[in-house]
Design a protein around this ligand. Structure first.
Ligand code: NAP
Length: 319
């Protein structure tokens, strides 16, 4: 592909948002080019059983679901580049996209780069991910039905996770590094009112215990230095998510946490640049909501491209 060619639609990201955008874009004759990233497939490739994505009555493995979405988008001739985006130039039309090996141009762009859960950074935590350590109660909580779990964090996410888990689990312990929560008052009250939720304050988790599955955590009291052990079956890390927007800094309006600011459904501060999925959504963060947003973004691109004057037609999906 030489630099003078202009794509109709480039999609950055290959999770549920990006791939659904690709399916709709391809069927809408936009011949989309997906820049999938080196670690294609988004957060779902890091999960095991997905039981809440409609259409799979027996559930499906996260990586398998992403493979199916990718194959479905390829059926409609979506093209893929398995590289990361290094930088973008959104200051003029067509937009410039620089990957590891190519510089591309596009009339419309969908950003669907997702967000990454933040982790404590413990070796034992990484070793037991998917074996009792999770960052998504809605995804994995069901596997701990009737069991004992802990949630780490004191923000809105931690309270939402604790609330969700309290309806499934026998006991939920929130471990927070300070003696006050930062979550909104209503969420705090809701969680504190649950009879099967208790709090361990001023404490950090030093190690996750267990060989092949989580059996407990080693907890340190930050005031006294005292170390204790808590027996649990599952550990939910809820210390925040980081949107994958570093490459957009200075190019597009981001909020103070780095999420893309959305003006209207999928539209950003720049006409022709659209957004879908967790990169702009701190609240729902579900595969199905991301997929829905990807669909909307592609339909919005179609409308946008109809409204601008295309330089030439009849060059494949390119302008
Ligand atoms: P957050 O507000 O940044 O809270 C992160 C929590 O994790 C804080 O309590 C923090 O402790 C703790 N933490 C951070 N790093 C830690 C570490 N290394 N070890 C132990 N604890 C650590 O993140 P969030 O809860 O994911 O929320 C992110 C944004 O999304 C917020 O603006 C929130 O309001 C929004 N949100 C809204 C909803 C909603 O329903 N409206 C739901 C989810 C999220 P400290 O308190 O000591 O800093």
């Amino acid at each position: 592909m030489n630099d003078s060619q202009v794509e109709k639609l480039i999609i950055i990201g290959s999770g549920p948002a990006g791939l659904t955008a690709a399916i709709y874009g391809a069927r809408g004759n936009l011949n989309p080019l997906v820049i999938a990233g080196r670690e294609a497939g988004g957060q779902l490739v890091l999960t095991t059983d997905v039981d809440d994505y409609p259409g799979f009555e027996a559930g499906i493995q996260g990586p398998q679901l992403m493979e199916k979405m990718r194959k479905q988008s390829e059926r409609f001739a979506t093209r893929f580049i398995n590289e990361d985006v290094i930088s973008v130039d959104l200051k003029k039309q067509p937009f410039g996209i620089k990957t590891e090996t190519q510089t591309l141009k596009t009339a419309a762009l969908i950003i669907a780069t997702g967000a990454s859960a933040m982790w404590l950074g413990l070796q034992s935590e990484q070793r037991l991910r998917g074996k009792g350590v999770s960052a998504c109660a809605v995804c994995d909580g069901f596997f701990f039905k009737g069991k004992t779990v802990a949630v780490i964090g004191g923000g809105d996410t931690a309270m939402r996770e604790a609330n969700y888990l309290s309806k499934l689990c026998k006991q939920v312990t929130v471990i927070h590094r300070r003696d006050a929560l930062r979550a909104q008052a209503a969420l705090q009250e809701l969680v504190k009112s649950k009879s099967n939720v208790n709090f361990i304050w001023d404490s950090t988790v030093e190690e996750v215990l267990g060989q092949d599955k989580v059996t407990g955590v080693k907890v340190k009291n930050t005031q006294t230095g005292e170390i204790s052990q808590l027996e649990i079956d599952g550990l939910f890390i809820a210390i925040g998510h980081k949107p994958n927007t570093d490459f957009l800094k200075g190019q597009l309006e981001l909020d103070k946490k780095g999420y893309v600011v959305v003006e209207n459904e999928t539209k950003t501060s720049i006409p022709g640049v659209f957004v879908a999925g967790d990169v702009a959504d701190y609240k729902y963060r579900q595969a199905v909501t991301a997929a829905g947003a990807g669909c909307k973004a592609s339909l919005d691109v179609e409308e946008y491209l109809e409204g601008i004057k295309l330089p030439t037609e009849g060059n494949g999906g390119r302008l």
